[in-house]
Write a protein that binds this ligand. Structure first.
Ligand SMILES: [Zn+2]
Length: 271
């Protein structure tokens, strides 16, 4: 294709990049290069497993998402629940971004309940200007062009609520987005229900029964909630059809990184 771009979604944990899963699937379908980078190794988020065995399991689950979508996964192997924004972490993030050299980065906002999410966002922000500075992390060549940086949607209100600059109807991608989440057994059917205090005996056995459970319980209303959250923007973009969008994702432009013009935004996200 004439204008092939490279998009990098950066999440704190395996299963975080999927927040932009609908956008990633749309871009992939258009022939763009889409990759996922996860900052932490997932070594902590479980009530029964831990350490190396859990990290290996997270990797296998991420590889299943890659097999399903064709989206490569990278992991920085930093500690889950203990991500900080020191110089070693920044240099690791910087080298990973430079190696992949994306045109666009999509990540968390720095306002978020989870310190790993906040710190992933801060690491990306801290890298932004320095990506092009040759004498910072000089062992990897600097980027020649600053990536444009965007935040994924969330529901946090304080101190600053998410402000959607771009909204997308992802209704057609919704089922596959849930299939992506479905690959994370350790999260969807073990850790997150346990954290939520769910009666674990209500989680069905069997692959398809579990998928239906995931679809109808955990994600039963969440997707539509996002469409409702961005209804005004969806109708401004899609007209009357915006009222019928069932599942949406949105992006907020980050002040750091390249600031694309309206024309470039239309080229980067032509849907
Ligand atoms: Zn997370």
């Amino acid at each position: 294709m004439a204008d092939k771009h490279r998009y990098l979604v950066i999440g704190a944990h395996a299963d975080d990049c999927e927040s932009a899963g609908g956008i990633a699937l749309k871009l992939k379908a258009l022939g763009h290069d889409v990759q996922f980078l996860v900052a932490t190794n997932g070594c902590s988020g479980h009530h029964l497993q831990m350490g190396g065995a859990l990290v290996q399991r997270r990797l296998r689950e991420s590889e299943r998402v890659s097999a399903l979508t064709g989206i490569p996964y990278h992991m920085l192997d930093l500690p889950d629940g203990g991500l900080t924004t020191g110089l070693p972490e920044r240099n690791l993030m910087m080298r990973a971004i430079r190696d992949i050299h994306p045109d666009v980065i999509i990540t968390h906002r720095p306002w978020d309940y989870h310190p790993d999410h906040r710190n992933t966002s801060l690491l990306v922000q801290d890298c932004a200007y320095l990506l092009m500075v040759p004498n910072v992390s000089p062992a990897t060549p600097p980027m020649k062009r600053m990536p444009a940086i965007f935040y994924m949607q969330d529901r946090f209100r304080k101190p600053i609520p998410f402000s959607p600059d771009l909204v997308f109807d992802i209704s057609e991608q919704w089922e596959m987005k849930l299939r992506m989440y479905h690959q994370y057994d350790s999260q969807m059917y073990e850790w997150l229900p346990w954290v939520d205090g769910l009666d674990m005996t209500t989680i069905p056995e069997g692959d398809e029964a579990r998928f239906e459970w995931l679809k109808n319980t955990r994600f039963g209303t969440r997707g539509e909630g996002y469409a409702d959250q961005f209804r005004k923007e969806l109708t401004a973009k899609y007209g009357q059809a915006g009222n019928h969008v069932r599942h949406a994702e949105a992006l907020e432009c980050c002040e750091y990184g390249r600031r694309p013009s309206k024309e470039e935004l239309d080229t980067l996200f032509p849907f």
